[in-house]
Design a protein around this ligand. Sequence first.
Ligand code: LLP
Length: 436
Amino acid sequence: HGSSQINEKGHLEIGGVDTIELTNKYGTPLFVYDVALIRERAEQFQQAFKDEEVSYQVAYASKAFSCIAMFQLAHELGLSLDVVSGGELYTAIQAGVPMERIHFHGNNKSIAELEMAVKANIGCVVVDNFYELKQLGRICAERDVKMDVLLRITPGVEAHTHDYISTGQEDSKFGFDLESGQVDQAIQLSLLDPHINLLGIHSHIGSQIFETSGFVMAVEKIFEYIEKWRDSLGFIPTVLNLGGGFGIRYIEGDTPLPVGDYVAKMVQVIKEKATLHQMAIPEIWIEPGRSLVGDAGTTLYSIGSRKEIPNVRHYLSVDGGMSDNLRPALYQAEYEGLLANRATEEAKETFSIAGKCCESGDMLIWDLPLPKAEHEDVLAVFCTGAYGYSMANNYNRIPRPPVVFVEKGESQLVIERESYEDLVRLDLPLKHVLKQ
Ligand code: LLP
């Protein structure tokens, strides 16, 4: 994975840093991000667009992993930012990234969030529904400003992925329905609103996608309507945003394409269709999350207790679990791992890795081949960079782990470990104790 390798001590090394030195310094559980790999991915996406000589924006879907340092890194890499809440927007403001590179998503942005976005003068709002369109128009009118907008549509394309995380099918909570004329109506309303500047169309078909066919179908679907929009409404999209969803390799059976291949195919079909319909090639935007940060992240855990059920299973428990990685419990997501302090030793048996939460479903990996693991060995679980920390929680009042960035032999703490004090910070004592 990325710049990880095994050093002469037999330890897993990431970004030139010995992971055991990291656990000694920062404790466990610990998220480690290989910054070089994030840089490489960002460059691959951008290079693919440059090769095709089209105008583009690559926006980092920050829901995959958001914190101030990550936002600053994304900006340094020339990425725009897709945010989906006031909290992510606030983080972007705190990170000091330019507001014109922020795209604001979400199916139920509150009035306060829309006001925050307008006040911050962000780059564009991806409008999801009629209510939002109306509220945004009103908020902009009050301030006498004009907001750039994309309309999110559901193209009726379902990506081949896990049910829970596909959002492009027709029966979805996201976006304007294409087939029933909702998009036409939303375009019309946007064009009539003097405070809305309609840039184009947005479509996101799902997540952890391994093929280009879904993106091709979405583009074809959109172009079926483009002629109609042009002729009846006088609207030609100048921006086409095809969302994110590019897959990564979590386990051996996963077969993602190189990120540039998704882009090349997308652009090629858009060029073809634009030529066919005699229109200018729109600016193409994408929003990768997982494929930028997913396999850059590794979680390091300490192994604690074990339980052997003779002839059945050998459980090893780690000091984290569904509190720092909800994906196995939520999606039956699978991961690979190894003993970071004994990385060269041969795997002799299989172990099932349990989290420490009070819940039978808190299992991180089933049947992982490992050398005979001992108490205090360090387990590295790979590909936890996306939707790991960002979906971490305080179930059982377990503090969230810290996050370090590593690159060229250096480590830098970017999120501190949550403390017990942090956990009770918002708690207020009971005021009235009933007298007996
Ligand atoms: N754009 C939009 C509009 C999205 O809804 C999403 C993800 C993305 C971009 C980024 O998708 P990515 O490139 O990361 O696949 N928690 C789930 C994934 C939920 C994805 C939600 N939307 C998981 O852990 O697999």
